[in-house]
Design a protein around this ligand. Structure first.
Ligand code: NAP
Length: 318
């Protein structure tokens, strides 16, 4: 009998919750933890459901065909699957694509765009200093908001931002036509878009192409006084370059939800910079109930109809 192994690096409580929900949704399947698979039965495992696993743990299962992540970001797995170590492994990787996750991200994008637009970070500072000062209010239809990436999360965010009439732009790898959104691609397109941006939101996946994309040179393409929101992956931004541009006053404020190292170390200078807002990776958390429903539907379609889910293109890295 084929087995599904659940591989993770999460807390025991979290693991118990996932296993319970998965067992309820996939009652015909045999879902096991790695320690429940003896060496004589490793060949029975053909699917892995994973929550931020150590990629090398997958190598134990010679007949593994499908790896289904319960997280949307899978860059660690992608880089392992592209490595020499995995060259003989015939496995495909599906990441979590959940409408509920896209809605959560769109809500976060709107909330923090409004935070920056309505000077909330400055009012926090003014309250601390007991300072009564009314700052100019700029209506959303005069605010230029640009999103890096228009995939599942970027498109949902653009749709929500449209309702407030922002001047919207986005930048992607391929050319596309989007309703009421200026579209840019390529390096020249990135430069042109950043030059006309008040609030920049990063929703790109972390790949070899996007790693440290936002460095000193590119951040300086933004106009004086612009603001940054990073909600996808910390390593897409060069943090020391960002701090330099913030300290120079070129970038007025940054809202960061993701970092090179998480949790953000206590001695990081980011914590105490008044022009940086730190969030603990909460812009779009996985909703276990909706995620399990999607994962179960994927696995049932794979088993009963041999239907593969949409999988990550390892050559592109996302
Ligand atoms: P997605 O559907 O795969 O979309 C990726 C987008 O990025 C696409 O529009 C793609 O362009 C664009 N892109 C990729 N490489 C590019 C490049 N080199 N140059 C320009 N554009 C490029 O991804 P998603 O579901 O929207 O998720 C994005 C990321 O958000 C995830 O990878 C994950 O890291 C992060 N995330 C964060 C949280 C959180 O709580 N902070 C939660 C979930 C996900 P094309 O349209 O041309 O393909």
């Amino acid at each position: 009998m084929n087995k599904i192994v659940f591989i993770d690096s999460i807390t025991n409580d979290e693991r118990t919750q996932w296993i319970q929900l998965l067992n309820e949704a996939l009652s015909e399947e045999h879902i096991v933890l790695p320690e429940q698979v003896g060496e004589e039965t490793v060949h029975e495992v053909d699917i892995a459901i994973v929550a931020n696993p150590q990629p090398e743990d997958l190598l134990r299962y010679p007949n593994l065909r499908l790896v289904q992540s319960v997280w949307a970001g899978v860059e660690k797995l992608v880089s392992a699957l592209r490595s020499q170590e995995f060259s003989r492994v015939q496995v495909r990787l599906a990441r979590l694509e959940d409408t509920q996750l896209s809605i959560s991200m769109a809500e976060s994008v709107l909330a923090w765009t409004l935070y920056l637009q309505r000077n909330m970070s400055k009012y926090v500072g003014q309250q601390t200093a007991k300072k009564w000062l009314q700052l100019p209010n700029i209506n959303s239809k005069h605010v230029r908001v640009s999103i890096l990436g228009a995939g599942k999360l970027g498109l949902a965010s653009l749709e929500l931002l449209k309702k407030l009439d922002y001047q919207l732009s986005c930048w992607t790898r391929s050319n596309k036509q989007l309703d009421s959104v200026n579209h840019f691609y390529g390096v020249a397109g990135l430069k042109a878009m950043l030059a006309q941006t008040d609030i920049l939101i990063n929703l790109l996946p972390l790949t070899s192409e996007t790693h440290r994309l936002l460095d000193k040179e590119k951040l300086a393409w933004l106009p004086l006084g612009s603001k940054l929101i990073n909600f996808s992956r910390g390593s897409i931004v060069n943090t020391s370059d960002l701090i330099e541009l913030i300290n120079k006053g070129h970038i007025a404020h940054a809202v960061l939800d993701v970092f090179d190292q998480e949790p953000l170390p206590e001695d990081s200078e980011l914590w105490s910079n008044p022009k940086i807002t730190i969030l603990p990776h909460i812009s779009a958390p996985t909703n276990k109930k909706t995620a399990v429903k999607i994962v179960a539907e994927t696995i049932i379609a794979y088993r009963k109809e041999q239907k593969w889910p949409e999988c990550v293109d390892l050559s592109l890295g996302y």
